[in-house]
Design a protein around this ligand. Sequence first.
Ligand code: PLP
Length: 413
Amino acid sequence: MSSDGTDVRVDYTRVFTQAIDRLHAEGRYRVFIDILRNKGMFPNARCFAGHNGPKPITVWCSNDYLAMGQHPKVIEAMEEALHDVGAGSGGTRNIGGNTHYHIDLEHELADLHGKESALLFTSGYVSNEATLSTLAKILPGCVIFSDELNHASMIAGIRNSGCEKRIFRHNDLAHLEELLAAEDPSVPKLIAFESVYSMEADIAPIAAICDLADKYNALTYLDEVHAVGMYGARGGGISEQEGVADRLTIIEGTLGKAFGVMGGYIAADQTIVDVIRSYAPGFIFTTSLSPVLVAGVLASVRHLKSSSVEREGQQASATLLKTMLDDAGLPVMMGDTHIVPIMVGDPVKAKRISDILLAEYGVYVQPINYPTVPRGSERLRFTPGPSHTPVMMRELTDALVEIWSRLELRKAA
Ligand SMILES: *Cc1c(COP(=O)(O)O)cnc(C)c1O
């Protein structure tokens, strides 16, 4: 109590409740949909949103882009590993958790990108955060050049490095060069960017960014999370497809999206990998991935190195869906990638469309709101894969057309 008798103590519950209320007021409170995927039948799944038992749905927003999460080779490898060595790794890489599966997978990933070495992390998020924050700390005075649309995990790594950063406009080479040229030639520089931007569905000019890196003596860090497994003859990403992998200092990827399981990694030359392995807290002080997961990833990476059926199926599905949505006059963003976003531009409407799709049409697509995308650019993001059929696409398109007219939404120009 204060001297006049009013209660001045912090009301913690009130602060937390107000934080949640702000999200509701903006229409961007996040509701997680409760589902179970049906192995062997994906994108079919069951949804537990209603009251009378699970309802069948079609999943349109999964990052298991190639349905590798249900591939028989992956399942079999995981079952075998479980029966052979049990559930968990039992430790950090340094203390008891360095299994032969981890070593094999790192060799496989280094080979995938034509690099000397690779290093596993528990997720793509951790690989970005741990690598960027550690790298920039090791380089005194380092300045990081970061694309304005970089993923939250890269932003966290850059922030935690404590170093200077310069944000360049999305995929804008002239702006990047202007910022590079303004720095002292003697300071260490690192350019951090993505190949496929998963919310925009566009691709960075990798070779041209490498040219700038050469000119200004900068290191390059490329997040290929939304490309590994899906682009390049062996699934090495856009850098493989464009023949520029050897020009990049570090390539980062996830094992949880197209590879269908879980984990993250970097691939680089041996010295850099050794530095991150030796200095990054996010690598050192955490239990290594379960060998069961690693065995599944190994099977997935090996399969996608030699099979292009899944990649071709995905590209065909994406092209077909984009054409159908565009023909129907829906404001689809026509990129060169497998991702199919429809711009809504309002968080409340994006959520409303998503709610109707799920409740009335059994279509599951999550609305994408701030801070995942900038405010005013809220959207629906569809990720058709090799197992989405033309019939499913027709149903989706018809449903969207009906909802667009019911809610009087803006059609394509
Ligand atoms: C999903 C994502 C990550 C994080 O990968 P996880 O394995 O899911 O942690 C990193 N970068 C980008 C661009 C992503 O979209």
